[in-house]
Structure formats: structure tokens, C-alpha cells
Design a protein around this ligand. Structure first.
Ligand SMILES: Nc1ncnc2c1ncn2[C@@H]1O[C@H](COP(=O)(O)OP(=O)(O)OP(=O)(O)O)[C@@H](O)[C@H]1O
Ligand SMILES: [Mg+2]
Length: 485
């Protein structure tokens, strides 16, 4: 229920209780007064009649007394007047007289009795002093219909008055409530909703200087603080993204440098072929069709070299993330091919056991960068000949606490080496940018920081296990579906 309605209802209920109690007391009092007046008038009239009748009885006899009463009875419109003998009194069941009442009359007292049957009536008895003691009493019977009509009228008029008062109070409370509570509360709710949905513009202006006005001022101040904080977060996020991109690019260039030796080897073979065949043409060693064949071989080898160089350029160029459904196994194979010569130089065998394709939405270049960083690290960790095993699988896994979410299917890329492994201190810092245990010029400490950033951007994580002197396993978990680029 709305606040204004509650406020009005409570007020109306309160007023209703007060006015109703007041009306009841008033009606009761009016009725009592009316009853008292009626009794008093009847008693007075009875006393006068009894006195006159007694006097007539004593001076002129019973007949004169009774005819006096009859005259009065004829003239009296609202009150029935008659004389009742002592015996009649004893038998008067109508007014419900008891022995005690009769005793009161016998002792000269006045008696009045209400009878509520039918329209109701008020009986008043005043004893008449005749010659030989008390002959009986004057009975006055007054209908209570007038009194009841009066009571009804009082009740109805009080009720109407009360109702009108309640309605006026309710209307006034409603208007006041709507102006001072309803409207500002609606505006407050509207503003809070807008803040909740992220719209922090337009302060809420409430003219009133009460608690609601204070709330509005506080909400406005809160919105301003939130807007400032949002701006700061936005700026920091932009700065962080820019720094990460720079870091990634720097790492890519470093990787390119590392790959250079392997590439020199890759380019060396086709270059040798090209120069050999060209030499043969120049020295006229090749003749006729042989020249065409040499030229074709030169073209093929040139294409091969162009391809290798394009790959390298592609890898080095800064790019934004572009995900596609990719088989991680194929990606691993291609990267391994590029790293084979580096591995051979360190007498390291790169192994990729066969298996089914594992498809996941990933950025091909970024994935290649991740695999290169992990495999190059693994090669470097092996001092004197060893094996680096790269495996790809689909696994059900639950994300760590800092990512959260339910268990689901992940594409897992594992790079296992039988190299030197890591101590606890190294393990604790490997993902920090510029943390390296390598000599100056050998490592910059960016590889794993960048790897971590890329994997996080894919909503995945890197898990590391290592034993000093025995080797390490780096597992990259990438969601197989439901990620946004
Ligand atoms: N497979 C591994 N075995 C043992 N130690 C490792 C392995 N991979 C990483 N490390 C440790 O983690 C450190 C940080 O690795 P990271 O790839 O971030 O930088 P780096 O290899 O030193 O330099 P960069 O990759 O930038 O050339 C390494 O210096 C090394 O001490
Ligand atoms: Mg590295």
C-alpha cells in the first residue's frame, strides 16, 4: 500500500475512533437528559394532580375528585391520566410494579417506571390523600415514542456529522499527504531507479526542507560521487587496456626476436636453393627445359620465403582481439613447426601426441602467442636435452574463486617439460610483468604476464604445477562456448 494511503487511513481511523466515542457519549448524555426531564415533568404534573384531587376528594367527595381528573385527562394530549385504586395498583402488571414499589407508594413516595415493550412508556404514580387515608394514586402514562424519535434523530445527525468530519479530514489528509509525501516519494523512487540503471544525470530538486528533502540532497550527492568514481574507473580501465596492449605488443616483438634464429634457419634452406639454381642459370650449367624448371623452383622457394616473412609480420603487427572457432591442436601444430629449430638448438624434442580436434572460440594470433610463450619457456627450462610435451584436450572443470561460475567444458592446452622446475618464490611471481630469472638480454619477464592477460580476456585461466629439478606443467583453460569477444 502506498505511503500516502497508509498515512490517510491511519489518520482517518484515529479520527473515527475519537469522533465515534465522542458521539456515543453525547447521545447517551442527551438521552439521559431527555429521560430526566420527562420524569421530572411527569412527577411534577402528577404531584399537582394528586394534590388537587386529594383536596377535592376531602372537600367535595370522591365523585368531584374523579371528575376533576377526567377533565384533566380529556385536555391532556400526550399523557394518559387516570386514577387507580390501591387494588388496581396491586394488579397493575402493565407497569411491572413490585411489592416494594407499592410500599413506596404507601409511604407517600412518587414512583416512576419505564416499560420498554412496543413504543415504550413511562408510568408515574403519585399517591392521592383521600379522607380515609390513601385511596389510590394518579397514574400518568407517557409514550416514549417521542423520546425514541429524538434519540434516533440525535444518533443519525451525530453519525452524519461524524461522517462529514471524517470525509473532510480524509480529503485534507489525502491532499496534504499527496503534496508532501506522495509526490516527493515518487520522485525519489524514480531517481533511485535511474541511479540503479546507471543514469546519474539530472539532480533531483525537492523544494521541501524536511527529511525527504534531506534524502534528495543525499541522493544527489551520492550520484555526483558515483559519477566521479565511474569516470575514474573508466579512465583507469582505458589506461590499463592501453598498457596491456603495449605490453602485449612488446612481448610479441621479443618473441619475434627469439624466433629470428629459427627463421634464419627456415629461410636459409630456400635461399640456398634459390641462389644455387640462379647460379646454375648464370653459369649456363642449365640448358633448355632445365632453365624453366630452375626458374619454377626459384618461384616456389620465393613464395615459401614470402609466406614465412608474412607469418612473422602478421605475428608482430599489433591487433585487436578477433575470435573464431579454432582447433587448438592445429594451432599448436603450426606453432610447434615455427619453434622446432629453436628446440633443436637446445636439443629439446617437441612432442604433440595425436588426438581428436578441440574446438574453442579463440583469437588465432593470441593463441599462437600463448603457445609460443609457454613452449619457449619450457625449452629454456631444459638445460641439457629433454622433452616438451604439448597436449590438447576437452575437460570438465570448475573455474577458480577469482573467476567464479559453474563447472563446464573447457579446452585445455598443456605444456609439460622435464626441465629445472621452479621454487616457491619463482612460482609466486611468474605472472608479474618483468619478473624473470633469466640473464639480462635473455628474458624480459613479459611472456607469462602477457599470456595471463590473453587467457583472462578469453575468460579462462592458467594453472601451474612445478617441482624443482623435475619439471613444470602449464595448463591453459579456455571456455569452449558462451564467451563474448
Ligand atoms: N617452464 C618453466 N620452467 C621453469 N621456470 C619457468 C618456466 N616458465 C616460466 N618460468 C619462470 O618464470 C619466469 C617468468 O617467465 P616469463 O615468460 O614471464 O618471462 P621470461 O621467460 O623470463 O622472459 P620473456 O618471456 O619475457 O622473454 C621465468 O624467468 C622463469 O624463471
Ligand atoms: Mg618467457
Amino acid at each position: 500500500m502506498r505511503l500516502t494511503r497508509k498515512f490517510v487511513l491511519m489518520l482517518v481511523l484515529g479520527i473515527m475512533v475519537v469522533l465515534t466515542v465522542n458521539a456515543l457519549i453525547r447521545v447517551r448524555r442527551e438521552v439521559e437528559l431527555f429521560d430526566h426531564d420527562t420524569r421530572r415533568d411527569a412527577a411534577l404534573m402528577g404531584a399537582v394532580l394528586a394534590h388537587d384531587m386529594g383536596y377535592a376528594w376531602r372537600t367535595e367527595g370522591e365523585h368531584a375528585a374523579l371528575s376533576l381528573l377526567r377533565d384533566v385527562a380529556k385536555k391532556s394530549q400526550h399523557v394518559r391520566v387516570r386514577f387507580v385504586t390501591r387494588d388496581q395498583l396491586a394488579a397493575a402488571k402493565e407497569a411491572g410494579l413490585t411489592e416494594r414499589d407499592l410500599a413506596v407508594l404507601d409511604s407517600g413516595g412518587t414512583l416512576s417506571r419505564r416499560v420498554e415493550r412496543g413504543d415504550g412508556a413511562l408510568y408515574t404514580y403519585v399517591p392521592v390523600e383521600a379522607v380515609a387515608g390513601r385511596a389510590g394514586a394518579v397514574e400518568l402514562m407517557e409514550s416514549l415514542a417521542d423520546e425514541r424519535r429524538y434519540v434516533r434523530f440525535t444518533i443519525v445527525s451525530t453519525l452524519i456529522g461524524t461522517l462529514v468530519l471524517i470525509l473532510i479530514c480524509a480529503a485534507m489528509a489525502g491532499v496534504v499527504g499527496a503534496i508532501f509525501v506522495g509526490r516527493p516519494t515518487r520522485q525519489l523512487v524514480e531517481k533511485v531507479r535511474r541511479v540503479g540503471s546507471g543514469d546519474l544525470t539530472g539532480p533531483l530538486v525537492l523544494s521541501q526542507q524536511d527529511e525527504l528533502g534531506e534524502i534528495a540532497t543525499e541522493i544527489n550527492a551520492m550520484s555526483e560521487r558515483l559519477a566521479a568514481a565511474n569516470q575514474r574507473v573508466h579512465k583507469e580501465t582505458e589506461d590499463r587496456i592501453a598498457a596491456e596492449q603495449q605490453l602485449r605488443h612488446a612481448d610479441r616483438l621479443m618473441t619475434v626476436g627469439k624466433l629470428a634464429s629459427g627463421l634464419a634457419h627456415e629461410l636459409g634452406t630456400p635461399l640456398n636453393v634459390v641462389s644455387g639454381r640462379a647460379q646454375m642459370i648464370v653459369s649456363l650449367e642449365s640448358q633448355g627445359d632445365q632453365i624453366r624448371q630452375d626458374a619454377r623452383i626459384i618461384v616456389d622457394q620465393a613464395k615459401r620465403m614470402t609466406n614465412i616473412i608474412r607469418q612473422l609480420l602478421d605475428f608482430a603487427r599489433p591487433r585487436t582481439s578477433q575470435r573464431a572457432m579454432l582447433d587448438l591442436r592445429t594451432s599448436a601444430q603450426q606453432t610447434i613447426a615455427l619453434l622446432t629449430s629453436l628446440a633443436e638448438k637446445h636439443r629439446v624434442k617437441l612432442v604433440l601426441p595425436p588426438g581428436a580436434p578441440v574446438i574453442a572460440p579463440v583469437d588465432p594470433t593470441q593463441l599462437q602467442q600463448v603457445i609460443t610463450n609457454l613452449v619457449v619457456n619450457a625449452i629454456h627450462a631444459i638445460a641439457n636435452a629433454g622433452t616438451v610435451t604439448i597436449s590438447v584436450a576437452a575437460e570438465q572443470a570448475k573455474p577458480p574463486a577469482d573467476i567464479a561460475g559453474p563447472a563446464r567444458r573447457y579446452a585445455v592446452l598443456r605444456v609439460r617439460d622435464d626441465g629445472q622446475g621452479m621454487d616457491e618464490h619463482t612460482m609466486a611471481h611468474i605472472f608479474e610483468p618483468f619478473f624473470t630469472t633469466k640473464d639480462v638480454g635473455d628474458g624480459t619477464g613479459l611472456g607469462l604476464a602477457v599470456t595471463h592477460g590473453i587467457v583472462r580476456e578469453h575468460e579462462g585461466w592458467v594453472q601451474v604445477e612445478s617441482q624443482l629439478g623435475r619439471g613444470s606443467v602449464f595448463s591453459v583453460y579456455l571456455p569452449m562456448e558462451g564467451t563474448s569477444p
